[in-house]
Design a protein around this ligand. Structure first.
Ligand code: ADE
Length: 243
C-alpha cells in the first residue's frame, strides 16, 4: 500500500506514523508513506498557499493551484489516477467497512485541509472521496488522516503479528469483542472466569460468543440492529438477556 499525504505539515504525518506497528510496517515495506508538502508546489515568490475568501468572511482558504499541482506530480509517477480522499467534517463518517474497502487499493492520496478549508474547485475537479472521522471540527486534516491510515494499515496482511487478531476483534462481525484476561488467574481475589481456564475450546468459544452478544446489547445496542445475527445468535441473546 502506498499512501501519499498532501499536507502543510509533513513532519507531523511522518512522526505520527513512525512509531510502533506502523513504523515496523514501513521498515518491512508493507506500507509506504510519502508526505508531500503542498507549499513546495506554490508557484509564487512567497510560497503562499492560502488567500482571503471571495465574498468575505473569517479565515483563509487554501488555493487550488498548489494542491492540484501536488496531486498531478503523484499521478505522473503512477499508471493511473489514484483516489484522492479529502478529510473534512462534511465527508462520510469513517467506519470499519470503509477501512476494509480502502485497504484493497494499491495507492491512496489524502488531502489535509487547513484554515477554512480548500477552494471548492479542488473538490469539484480532483477529489474522489470526502471522509470525516466524526462530528467535531479539528484544526486540520492531519490527525484525521493518521487515524484512517492506522485503521487501514492493520488490515493489510503481515502488518499485525497474526492475521487472526484483525479478524476476531471488535467490529469484525459487527459485534464488540468479548472480555480478555491474562495472568494471574486470581488478582487480589478478582478471578478470571472459570471456563477460560478449563481448556475446553468449544465451551470457551460459546462463552465468548455470548459475551460478545451481551456486551454489544448493553454497550452499543445500535450495532446489534446492523449486525446480521443468525437465528442461533438471536436465541442466545434472548436467553442471556433473560438471566
Ligand atoms: N478536518 C477537520 N475536522 C475534521 C473531521 N472531523 N474529520 C476529518 N477531517 C477533518
Amino acid at each position: 500500500m502506498n499512501y501519499h499525504v498532501l499536507t502543510l505539515f509533513p513532519e507531523m504525518i511522518e512522526q505520527g506514523l513512525s512509531a510502533s506497528i506502523l513504523g515496523k510496517a514501513q521498515e518491512k515495506n508493507l506500507i509506504n508513506l510519502n508526505a508531500v508538502n503542498i507549499r513546495d508546489y506554490a508557484n509564487n515568490k512567497h510560497k503562499q498557499v492560502d488567500d482571503y475568501p471571495y465574498g468575505g468572511g473569517a479565515g483563509m482558504v487554501m488555493q487550488p493551484q498548489p494542491i492540484i499541482d501536488a496531486y498531478d506530480s503523484i499521478v505522473r509517477k503512477l499508471d493511473h489516477r489514484p483516489r484522492l480522499i479529502y478529510l473534512t467534517p462534511q465527508g462520510k463518517t469513517f467506519n470499519q467497512d470503509m477501512a476494509l474497502e480502502l485497504s484493497k487499493e494499491n495507492s491512496l492520496v489524502f488531502l489535509c485541509g487547513h484554515y477554512e478549508g480548500v477552494d471548492e474547485r479542488v473538490v469539484e475537479t480532483i477529489v474522489t472521496d470526502e471522509i470525516s472521522i466524526g462530528d467535531y471540527v479539528l484544526t486540520g486534516g492531519e490527525l484525521a488522516v493518521m487515524v484512517i491510515i492506522d485503521a487501514i494499515s492493520r488490515l493489510i496482511p503481515g502488518v499485525l503479528k497474526n492475521d487472526q487478531s484483525a479478524e476476531t476483534e471488535t467490529f469484525h462481525n459487527g459485534l464488540l469483542e468479548y472480555p480478555q484476561y491474562t495472568r494471574p488467574a486470581d488478582y487480589n481475589g478478582l478471578k478470571v472466569p472459570e471456563v477460560l481456564l478449563s481448556g475446553h475450546h468449544e465451551n470457551i468459544d460459546k462463552w465468548r460468543k455470548e459475551q460478545s452478544l451481551l456486551r454489544t446489547a448493553l454497550k452499543r445496542p445500535d450495532l446489534l440492529e446492523k449486525a446480521n445475527l443468525s437465528t442461533q445468535d438471536l436465541k442466545i441473546l434472548k436467553k442471556i438477556l433473560q438471566k
